[in-house]
Design a protein around this ligand. Sequence first.
Ligand SMILES: [Zn+2]
Length: 106
Amino acid sequence: MDGTLKPVLKRQILLIGASLGTGLVVSYFFGFLVGLAANIAVLVGIMFYMRRRQLRAMRSFGFGDETAGGYSGGRVKLKYVCLACGQEVKGAKCGSCGSNMKKPLF
Ligand SMILES: [Zn+2]
Protein backbone atom coordinates (compact mmCIF):
# COMPACT_ATOMS: atom_id res chain seq x y z
CA MET A 1 0.00 0.00 0.00
CA ASP A 2 1.45 3.37 -0.94
CA GLY A 3 -1.19 5.55 0.70
CA THR A 4 -2.64 6.85 -2.58
CA LEU A 5 -5.64 4.52 -2.36
CA LYS A 6 -8.96 6.07 -1.51
CA PRO A 7 -10.15 5.33 2.04
CA VAL A 8 -13.24 3.50 0.78
CA LEU A 9 -11.23 1.25 -1.51
CA LYS A 10 -8.75 0.61 1.26
CA ARG A 11 -11.57 -0.44 3.57
CA GLN A 12 -13.02 -2.77 0.95
CA ILE A 13 -9.62 -4.42 0.43
CA LEU A 14 -9.32 -4.70 4.20
CA LEU A 15 -12.77 -6.32 4.40
CA ILE A 16 -11.95 -8.83 1.67
CA GLY A 17 -8.58 -9.55 3.28
CA ALA A 18 -10.26 -10.07 6.64
CA SER A 19 -12.80 -12.43 5.10
CA LEU A 20 -10.06 -14.43 3.41
CA GLY A 21 -8.20 -14.59 6.70
CA THR A 22 -11.36 -15.74 8.48
CA GLY A 23 -11.82 -18.41 5.83
CA LEU A 24 -8.24 -19.60 6.31
CA VAL A 25 -8.61 -19.80 10.09
CA VAL A 26 -11.97 -21.57 9.83
CA SER A 27 -10.63 -24.03 7.25
CA TYR A 28 -7.61 -24.68 9.50
CA PHE A 29 -9.85 -25.65 12.39
CA PHE A 30 -12.89 -27.14 10.67
CA GLY A 31 -11.60 -28.43 7.36
CA PHE A 32 -11.35 -27.08 3.85
CA LEU A 33 -15.00 -27.34 2.77
CA VAL A 34 -16.37 -25.58 5.85
CA GLY A 35 -13.77 -22.85 5.44
CA LEU A 36 -14.66 -22.44 1.78
CA ALA A 37 -18.36 -22.21 2.62
CA ALA A 38 -17.68 -19.63 5.34
CA ASN A 39 -15.51 -17.65 2.96
CA ILE A 40 -18.19 -17.61 0.27
CA ALA A 41 -20.80 -16.59 2.83
CA VAL A 42 -18.67 -13.66 4.01
CA LEU A 43 -17.89 -12.58 0.43
CA VAL A 44 -21.58 -12.69 -0.51
CA GLY A 45 -22.33 -10.61 2.57
CA ILE A 46 -19.73 -8.04 1.55
CA MET A 47 -21.13 -7.96 -1.98
CA PHE A 48 -24.63 -7.28 -0.62
CA TYR A 49 -23.18 -4.58 1.62
CA MET A 50 -21.44 -2.90 -1.32
CA ARG A 51 -24.56 -3.20 -3.48
CA ARG A 52 -26.63 -1.48 -0.81
CA ARG A 53 -24.09 1.32 -0.68
CA GLN A 54 -24.24 1.63 -4.47
CA LEU A 55 -28.04 1.72 -4.35
CA ARG A 56 -27.89 4.50 -1.80
CA ALA A 57 -25.45 6.40 -4.00
CA MET A 58 -27.70 5.89 -7.02
CA ARG A 59 -30.71 7.12 -5.09
CA SER A 60 -28.91 10.37 -4.39
CA PHE A 61 -28.57 10.75 -8.17
CA GLY A 62 -32.34 10.40 -8.57
CA PHE A 63 -32.76 6.68 -9.17
CA GLY A 64 -35.21 4.83 -6.99
CA ASP A 65 -35.00 1.30 -5.64
CA GLU A 66 -37.34 0.06 -8.34
CA THR A 67 -35.25 1.39 -11.22
CA ALA A 68 -32.06 0.08 -9.70
CA GLY A 69 -33.55 -3.38 -9.11
CA GLY A 70 -34.86 -3.64 -12.67
CA TYR A 71 -38.45 -3.77 -11.48
CA SER A 72 -40.89 -1.03 -12.34
CA GLY A 73 -44.15 -0.97 -10.42
CA GLY A 74 -45.74 1.19 -13.11
CA ARG A 75 -45.28 -1.29 -15.94
CA VAL A 76 -46.24 -4.50 -14.15
CA LYS A 77 -49.86 -4.31 -13.05
CA LEU A 78 -50.69 -6.86 -10.41
CA LYS A 79 -54.15 -7.99 -9.45
CA TYR A 80 -54.79 -9.10 -5.90
CA VAL A 81 -57.37 -11.51 -4.57
CA CYS A 82 -58.54 -11.68 -0.98
CA LEU A 83 -57.31 -14.73 0.93
CA ALA A 84 -60.39 -14.77 3.14
CA CYS A 85 -63.21 -14.54 0.60
CA GLY A 86 -61.56 -14.73 -2.84
CA GLN A 87 -62.83 -11.39 -4.09
CA GLU A 88 -60.62 -9.15 -6.18
CA VAL A 89 -58.96 -6.58 -3.92
CA LYS A 90 -58.51 -3.00 -5.04
CA GLY A 91 -56.39 -0.98 -2.64
CA ALA A 92 -55.04 -2.04 0.71
CA LYS A 93 -58.08 -3.87 2.08
CA CYS A 94 -60.67 -6.25 0.72
CA GLY A 95 -63.83 -4.39 -0.26
CA SER A 96 -66.24 -7.15 0.78
CA CYS A 97 -64.82 -8.47 4.04
CA GLY A 98 -62.19 -5.92 5.06
CA SER A 99 -59.37 -8.45 5.31
CA ASN A 100 -55.78 -7.30 4.91
CA MET A 101 -54.67 -10.70 3.63
CA LYS A 102 -54.30 -10.74 -0.14
CA LYS A 103 -52.24 -12.56 -2.71
CA PRO A 104 -51.10 -11.37 -6.14
CA LEU A 105 -52.45 -12.92 -9.34
CA PHE A 106 -50.03 -13.27 -12.24
ZN1 LIG B 1 -62.35 -10.53 1.39
